[in-house]
Design a protein around this ligand. Structure first.
Ligand code: IVH
Length: 671
């Protein structure tokens, strides 16, 4: 290949690699595999090595160029990088709209709303379409020159997209501002790696991203996964970018990743609608966010509103209620679960977190309490996000008074006084071995009647507790001995509801074997294991006689599960419970093979499905004979990929060559 031919080939390769980058980062599409793109980059690098004078600064091979820096020079921003004033509720949003409407009557009518990303602000300067500088926010007026580092971030184009519908921005200076973020998943993976290497852990994705961008060695930055999302485009002449929705369209077309959820809104009500929509959904975003940014859409009006202090009048940050707060541990009690697990729980001074009052937080197990050294009387940081169970993040020993004593796990079950025993598997976990412990009984009965087990409608938590309190039931078998008259004697039940519940119970006297096994609440036996056991042993009698070696020879049943099953059927109380069922005419049907389309086909789901919950998907897969696994293994047939999929499952599937399905494809397969 002569030089002229090499030049043409280099141009073609650069175009194709840039198009791949644009499709991948901006449109979420993939025009070729990563491997194919890598091989194009490799070819480009070889040609450039042969003809070094054909290397341009925007070549995809030039992301990591030059050595370690001595330091960062200071650069003055073309225009100040401002911060935002916070608002927390609808009244404050309304007050803001009123304030700006007084100053500029047209300004309170059309707004542009976006997610507020929790990362670090960065300004990228493009001269005639080529990236020339990357500058951190710094103090807002002067930032640090981190050009060499931002060049390593794949979602930052080294040159603006030539094929754009907005060619005017390819001439002169275009400054693109946005946020550099680290995705939650990448952060977690990075910390896992550090943990396994015995290194100290990073505090959160934002600090990690900020620390990374200030590394003097760009090759270290290249090794850390950072992303850039744009939110602003500045030109010397402001009129060139008339509105923020125009700005976002142009940014995307020029090759930047922008939040697709950003949109126009026209009132405080709509702003609140957008805020409420994202309050829950934001947990599923790749990056952290603690609120929204709302800007006046028309940028001439925005500028006319001016700046007050460090923040523009024409924009606000709508902040979600904090997910962490400091409060005091008033007590630590032990909660006994369905399988007897003894979990320490902190009783807290009630505190508002993320829109609800938190009074209790799980402390998981004794080891966790010791590790975090949480004591009664301590000030602690409590975390609650979405519908997750509140958790104590850490104690603040600096605020501790001298008479506060370390936590000690009680020796006996607080409910029945039986000596607690230490579990073999996790040395930090304790259990109450008494299967008729009263605190276990209501949870056991509720579990037995639950949707995935016997599925008795009307046997929810409140009714179960009322029936136990009235001494009408003590164990799951007692449900079947209830009469309509007994039910009616309780305040909760009228005649119609009593008859209905009685019928619902009677209808479930011959449940499916797998449901019955699951309903017994044997430790470690989930829905899938119960199905596997039913399939192998066919009857409850056979299962109750099974040996550990027979059990653990089943695919997916390990030693721990096998031992738990044997232990369950060896306990006299459990034998008595089975006899009681039999005497009441309640017995599971022997397992019958249904013979179905997805027989023996194993599925794993990663990420969130849009049209059904994970449980529904699992139930539908199982109904067709398929199996639902929790992690990708050699025998996994399909990995179903939902929104925000987990990196480790994808990686495992990639290395094993597992087939993947999206939600639509799964639905087709199930229909
Ligand atoms: S618009 C006046 N849009 O929030 C600056 N900013 O508190 C308004 N941020 O330093 C810029 N996500 O780095 C805008 N979608 C978004 C944003 C966003 C995060 C940051 C930005 C700024 C800070 C202001």
């Amino acid at each position: 290949m002569n030089k002229a031919e090499a030049k043409t080939r280099i141009e073609k390769l650069k175009d194709l690699i840039n198009e791949y980058r644009y499709k991948y980062h901006v449109l979420n599409e993939s025009i070729m595999s990563d491997e194919a793109a890598d091989s194009l980059k490799h070819e480009l690098a070889q040609l450039e090595e042969e003809y070094p004078d054909l290397v341009t600064p925007d070549s995809p091979t030039q992301r990591v160029a030059g050595g370690v820096l001595k330091g960062f020079s200071q650069i003055e921003h073309s225009r100040r990088m401002l911060s935002l004033n916070d608002v927390f509720d609808e009244a404050e949003v309304n007050a803001w709209i009123q304030r700006i409407s007084k100053l500029e009557p047209e300004s309170g009518k059309e707004f542009f709303a976006d997610i507020k990303m929790d990362g670090l602000a960065c300004a990228l300067v493009y001269e005639d379409g080529i990236l020339s500088r990357g500058v951190t926010r710094g103090d807002g007026s002067v930032g640090e020159d981190v050009t060499a580092n931002v060049r390593t971030i794949e979602s930052i184009p080294l040159s603006l997209r030539a094929k754009t519908k907005y060619p005017q921005f390819l001439k002169g200076v275009s400054e693109v501002r946005g946020e550099i973020v680290m995705y939650k998943q990448d952060f977690a993976r990075l910390n896992e790696e550090r943990k396994s290497q015995g290194l100290s852990l990073f505090a959160n994705p934002r600090n990690t991203a900020a620390g990374t961008i200030r590394q003097l060695d760009p090759s270290l930055v290249a090794a850390r996964p950072l992303h850039f999302r744009a939110y602003d485009l500045l030109r010397e002449s402001d009129d060139e970018v008339p509105t923020n929705d125009f700005c976002y369209s142009a940014l995307a077309d020029l090759g930047f990743s922008v939040n697709k959820s950003a949109k126009l809104v026209y009132s405080a009500k709509q702003i609140m609608g957008f805020a409420n929509e994202w309050e829950e959904k934001r947990q599923k975003l790749e990056f952290n966010t603690d609120g929204l940014v709302i800007k006046v859409n028309n940028r001439a009006l925005y500028r006319r509103l001016g700046v007050a202090g460090k923040a523009p009048r024409g924009a606000i940050a709508y902040k979600y209620a904090a997910e962490q707060a400091v409060t005091v541990v008033k007590d630590i009690f032990i909660s006994i679960g369905r399988t007897g697990a003894a979990t320490p729980v902190a009783v807290l001074d009630p505190v508002r977190i993320a829109g609800s009052t938190v009074q209790m937080a799980t402390l998981h197990n004794e080891g966790e309490v010791r590790r975090k050294d949480i004591r009664v009387g301590d000030h602690v940081i409590v975390h609650k996000a979405g519908d997750i169970i509140p958790e104590v993040v850490q104690a603040l020993p600096q605020l501790r008074s001298s008479d506060v004593k370390p936590f000690r796990m009680p020796l006996d079950c607080p409910e029945c006084g039986t000596k607690l025993i230490k579990q073999k598997i996790e040395d930090a976990a304790w259990r109450c071995p008494n299967s008729s412990c009263p605190s276990r009984s209501w949870k056991r009965i509720q579990h037995f009647a639950s949707k995935e087990a016997i599925d008795i409608e009307g046997m929810g938590e409140k009714n179960v507790v009322a029936l136990i309190d009235a001494k009408l039931i003590k164990d799951p078998a007692d449900i079947y001995a209830l009469s309509t008259d007994q039910l009616m004697s309780l305040e909760r039940f009228a005649e119609v509801s009593s008859v209905k519940l009685h019928q619902a119970i009677s209808a479930k006297k011959q449940p499916e074997l797998a449901r019955f096994i699951y309903g017994l609440g044997i430790r470690h036996v989930g829905v899938q294991t119960a199905i596997d056991l039913a399939e192998r042993f066919k009857t409850i009698e056979a299962l109750s006689e099974a040996r550990v070696d027979e059990l653990s020879s089943i695919d997916g049943v390990g030693e721990v599960v096998a031992e738990a099953v044997v232990e369950y059927f060896s306990e006299p109380q459990n034998r008595q419970l089975l006899d009681k069922f039999k005497n009441l005419g309640v017995w599971p049907m022997p397992f019958k093979h249904k013979g179905s389309r997805l027989d023996g086909v194993n599925f794993v789901i990663t990420g969130t499905l849009k049209q059904m919950s994970r449980e529904e998907a699992a139930a539908r897969i199982r109904a067709l004979g398929g199996r639902f696994q929790t992690s990708v293994a050699k025998d996994t047939e399909y990995l179903v990929i939902g929104e925000s999929p987990g990196g480790s499952k994808l990686a495992q599937a990639g290395s094993l060559g597992t087939k993947t399905l999206n939600e639509e494809e799964l639905l087709k397969l199930l229909d």
